[in-house]
Design a protein around this ligand. Structure first.
Ligand code: BG6
Ligand code: MG
Length: 217
């Protein structure tokens, strides 16, 4: 069986989660309510529009469709301000080694992200050419926890979902991987990501030894 990997972007390849949080928090504050880091967990892995809906629900705020578009654009502009200043040293620990190992061993891998900024971020970090396929928020109609993004990735990698190993930091992403019948690796704490097949506390634990074990199975 031809094994393949699918990587989430935000919180797995690079710690953009903190920038998303800052930008959403500013929007919440502008709308007159606070937004905590704990609440931010609910937005991880979720599409931009769905994130806004969750945020508005938390603040008990209603906006017209037109206002929603406006604040989403403002949030993204604010976010892009952080992203375009990002440096390669913001790539999470161990990730470059893992990607290089996979390439050297001809194990195909794809991105599977909800972000519409994914290509921009991978270009900025000089990682875009390493990937065999990229599936992001521009390619899907159903957001995580729907498995669509990962199923498209498996298809692009020309392998069956059962052969795919997904690396994810979000609850919605783990759910998506599980319902796609893929092996799920959660990056984060066990409490939050209990549904994952394997939980690692950080990307530093996603080492070659573990990968070799999973690829041999
Ligand atoms: C996910 C992030 O990867 O992408 C979410 O975890 C984010 O927090 C979503 O809202 C959409 O990202 P973007 O860049 O299209 O706003
Ligand atoms: Mg993520």
């Amino acid at each position: 069986s031809k094994k393949a990997l699918i990587f989430d972007l935000d919180g797995v390849i690079v710690d953009t989660a903190k920038y998303h949080y800052k930008a959403w928090k500013k929007l919440a504050n502008n709308l007159g309510f606070d937004f905590t880091e704990e609440q931010n967990e609910l937005l991880k892995g979720v599409s931009r529009v769905k994130s806004l809906e969750i945020l508005l629900e938390i603040g008990n705020v209603t906006l017209s469709d037109e206002e929603k578009l406006k604040v989403m654009n403002e949030k993204n502009e604010h976010y892009l301000g952080f992203i375009t200043k990002m440096e390669q040293d913001e790539i999470l620990e161990g990730i470059p080694e893992v990607l290089n190992y996979l390439r050297e061993n001809k194990v195909p891998f794809s991105l599977g992200s909800a972000s519409k900024n994914a290509r921009l971020i991978l270009t900025q970090l000089n990682l875009i050419d390493l990937f065999d396929a990229i599936v992001d928020g521009n390619d899907v109609s159903k957001a995580k926890p729907d498995p669509e993004v990962f199923l498209i990735a498996a298809d692009k990698l020309k392998t069956a979902p059962e052969n795919c190993i997904v690396v994810e930091d979000a609850i919605a992403g783990i759910e998506a991987a599980n319902s796609a019948q893929m092996t799920s690796i959660g990056i984060g704490d066990k409490e939050t990501l209990g549904e994952a097949d394997i939980v690692l506390s950080s990307t530093a634990e996603l080492n070659i030894e573990l990968l070799e074990k999973l690829l041999r199975k």
